[in-house]
Write a protein that binds this ligand. Structure first.
Ligand code: TGC
Ligand code: FAD
Length: 388
């Protein structure tokens, strides 16, 4: 009988192509060699590791599942594995990649003009440009349909007024994809850094995702040219379809964070001796590992099948919600459990579990909270919307 692998109990490896394995291994190597040595200090300082941006772009990790315009056009499983590995390091790295690829490049690719695609996508793919996505507002988080941000047509273009909050990559961004109501219909606009009336202000005091750049965007009679509008954006379903892309990546990312904690806790439990034997030998510790192994294996299977369905163009947004909701919930539970296995050492940032647990609080909240995805699934099962 083949040896059992505690990190790949159902031999998912055999279901991956050699290209998918190679992409994953390349990112894993990068995260271990280049990111891990600096992540703790950036988390402490509350700064994004900007030195990693260029290499991430050069490796082709941004918008990696998009075809053309300088993007690699990898399949969705390879794309998911990239995000898994980035979040194995820190959720801030995966967030950076998700926002750039799924929330900035995807809407330009899906709703942009040919001119916009040519202008922005190759630069975003190489990280020559950084992007952010402004949907959430101070008074409209889970319910973006109610947004107060407005666009008005002028002689030369549009003028936008409003405020967006919690915007990842916000202060670093060269371009912002901002959603606003034009004649009561939600439309997307590309706003370049330096546009008159546009500014980004860093948000401070976060106890989670500390290594991520989170900002408020202010639109104060912000003037943009006529070609700033995403011509094919039309209604709330446009930003929501971007969220479907990002939520897909988050399901993989949360798995990466869970794996990082589980690997650390297993290593620690085998080495830490109490009462004359490794704590891994106690039944209560083994129950924790049995539970975590089961959840991680289920997360791996969910991600893989979701990716295969996405590659066939057969994914329903509710199926993505199931994976986002499940994987964030269990990754957070696993990170907390691993912290517990590490005892007092678990609260020190020499170890990763508590950093991941803190990050996963945000990951569970953004891109649709646990409750919002519960209601999306409730509607999918019953046919009745609980939102109205
Ligand atoms: P509802 O009536 O259900 O839908 C309006 C239209 O949109 C369609 N639709 C979707 N299309 C694509 N993908 C989806 N996921 C979709 N969900 C709905 C729907 O079919 C409909 O189309 P049509 O043709 O009939 O017009 O809209 P609702 O107002 O009832 O809202 C539904 C709800 C609550 C599920 C939605 O508002 C929601 O998902 N809220 C959560 C908000 C959210 O997730 N915000 C995320 C902000 S971005 C972010 O957090 C980035 S973090 C990034 C990082 O750092 O990684
Ligand atoms: P609220 O919507 O006020 O919800 C508060 C609580 O009420 C939650 O527990 C929620 O589940 C619950 N609730 C709400 N409605 C219901 C209901 N109908 N039934 C039951 N419970 C309900 N947004 C962007 O646009 N771009 C970004 O780049 C971005 N990055 C982010 C980065 C970070 C670190 C964080 C924390 C957030 C980010 N967000 C971003 C915002 C994020 O998407 C929102 O925080 C999220 O959608 C929830 O909105 P809210 O915080 O306003 O909570």
């Amino acid at each position: 009988m083949a040896d059992l692998n505690p990190f790949d109990f159902y031999n998912i490896e055999a279901l991956l192509t050699t290209e998918e394995q190679a992409v994953r291994d390349q990112v894993r190597e990068f995260v271990k060699q280049d990111a891990m040595p600096v992540l703790r200090d950036h988390f402490r300082a509350g700064t994004f590791p900007k030195a990693l941006i260029k290499p991430i772009g050069e490796m082709g990790l941004l918008g990696a599942n998009l075809p053309g315009y300088g993007c690699p056009g990898l399949n969705n499983v390879a794309y998911g594995l990239i995000l898994q590995e980035l979040e194995w390091g820190d959720s801030a790295l995966r967030s950076f990649g998700s926002v750039q690829g799924s929330l900035v490049m995807y809407p330009i690719w899906a709703f942009g003009s040919e001119e916009q695609k040519q202008k922005y996508l190759p630069k975003l793919a190489k990280a020559d440009f950084i992007g952010c996505f402004g949907l959430t507002e101070p008074d409209f988080g889970s319910n973006p349909a109610g947004m107060a941000t407005r666009a008005q047509k002028t002689a030369n273009g549009y003028v936008l007024n409003g405020r967006k909050m919690w915007i990842t990559n916000g202060t670093m961004a060269d371009v912002a994809v901002v959603w606003a109501k034009l004649d009561d219909n939600i439309r997307g606009f590309i706003i370049e850094k330096g546009a008159r009336g546009f500014s980004a202000k860093a948000m401070h005091g976060k106890l989670s995702l500390r290594a991520s750049d989170t900002a408020e965007l202010l639109l104060d009679d912000c003037q943009v040219p006529a070609n700033a509008i995403l011509p094919k954006s039309d209604g709330l379903k446009s930003p929501l379809s971007c969220l479907t892309q990002a939520r897909y990546g988050i399901a993989w990312g949360a798995l990466g964070a869970a794996l990082a904690c589980y690997e650390e806790a297993l290593r620690y439990a085998k080495g830490r001796v109490q009462f004359g034997k490794p704590i891994a030998g106690f039944q209560l510790t083994q129950e924790k590992f049995a539970d975590m192994l089961t959840e991680i294996t289920k997360m791996q299977l969910l991600c893989l099948q979701l990716g295969r369905m996405k590659d066939q163009g057969k994914v329903h947004p509710a199926q993505v919600s199931l994976a986002k909701r499940n994987n964030c919930y269990h990754a957070l539970a696993i990170a907390r459990e691993c912290r517990e296995i590490l005892g007092a050492n678990g609260i020190i940032d020499d170890y990763v579990s508590m950093r991941h647990a803190a990050n996963l609080e945000s990951v569970k909240t953004y891109e649709g909270t646990h409750e919002i995805h519960t209601l999306i699934l409730g509607q999918a099962v019953t046919g009745i919307s609980a939102f109205e």
